[in-house]
Design a protein around this ligand. Structure first.
Ligand code: AMP
Ligand code: ZN
Ligand code: FE
Ligand code: FE
Length: 284
């Protein structure tokens, strides 16, 4: 069985490895295919696709968009989308601008707590316009305010942390519609985020499917084997496409590697054909 990895971040959002280098890593790991899925941006795709065609590895265009469903932050992956569409790009730009409204508020809270950092320092670390909490965490780490990225989230930046500010997020069903408008497949990422009980996940997935959701990220870097089999059953029961990936971020999540996650992840390449068929049947 060949393996794939359909959930990878790069320097164009909050990953620390460039698009060409993630493609090279995927190739070196022997993967059959990968997808670059940066937060709220497709700007890393041209570089990644170029390197993929140079190395002869398949690269499915992707994105991960943050949204809210029933008050909970919910991430939707989009695959095979016609990402150059101007209306779609305008929507993404608005989402990235909302990051620029929120980040300075978190930095102000950190400053109020006596920590010294500026948004310019955070933007310099980000190096792109999809700026997020992991970039703030990197600055806190480099200044010695925390001993690791995890501590930055648990003390300050995570939901409930001392400097946490919620972000103005689009509704999940709108995000699903935007992805489908440009011919993409809309997939729920890391389903454990939306509910901590299997029944809660199931009920949410049923509602999201009624709202246009087409797939579920069954295989994930941090899923236990029990979670994987639960989500596999759920995807089959609801007739959702099955996807999987590591959620690789490079140095900000050093325990997650491309293709293998924390070591046990195996996303079978047999998932690719059904995804391509679903994409093809929409185009045809
Ligand atoms: P943002 O997009 O600015 O809200 O940041 C969210 C991103 O931060 C997520 O997509 C993860 O990559 C990362 N993140 C969220 N919670 C944690 C955590 N507890 N530890 C490390 N990274 C996290
Ligand atoms: Zn991220
Ligand atoms: Fe995510
Ligand atoms: Fe992700």
């Amino acid at each position: 069985m060949g393996r794939i990895d359909l959930h990878i971040h790069t320097t164009y959002s909050d990953g620390t490895v460039s698009p060409s280098d993630v493609v090279t890593l995927a190739h070196q790991a022997g993967l059959k295919a990968l997808s670059i899925t940066d937060h709220d941006t497709t700007d890393g795709l041209p570089e990644g696709l170029k390197q993929a065609s140079r190395l002869g590895i398949e690269c499915l265009p992707g994105i991960e968009i943050s949204s809210q469903f029933q008050g909970k932050e919910t991430h939707i992956l989009g695959y095979g989308l016609a990402w150059n569409d101007p209306t779609f790009q305008d929507r993404l730009l608005t989402l990235r601008q909302s990051r620029h409204a929120r980040n300075p508020e978190m930095i102000q809270r950190l400053t109020d707590l006596g920590l010294s950092l500026t948004y310019d320092e955070v933007k310099a670390v980000a190096g792109s316009d999809s700026v997020g909490r992991p970039h703030i965490a990197q600055v806190l780490l480099s200044k010695g305010y925390v001993s690791g990225i995890q501590e930055a989230f648990s003390r300050y930046l995570g939901n409930g942390g001392a400097a946490y500010v919620p972000r103005d997020l689009p509704e999940t069903t709108d995000v699903i519609a935007w992805i489908r408008e440009v011919g993409g497949l809309a997939v729920l990422a890391h389903p454990t985020w939306i509910h901590n009980s299997p029944l809660g996940v199931r009920q949410s997935c049923e509602k999201l499917k009624a709202g246009g959701l087409q797939g579920l990220e069954v295989f994930y870097g941090t899923h236990s084997s029990r979670e994987t089999s639960e989500y596999l059953n759920l995807a089959r029961r609801l007739d959702l496409l099955i996807t999987g990936g590591s959620d690789f971020h490079g140095a900000v999540k050093p325990d997650i590697a491309i293709g293998v996650g924390r070591g046990k992840l195996k996303v079978p390449d047999s998932l690719l054909d059904p995804l391509k068929q679903a994409l093809g049947s929409k185009r045809g």
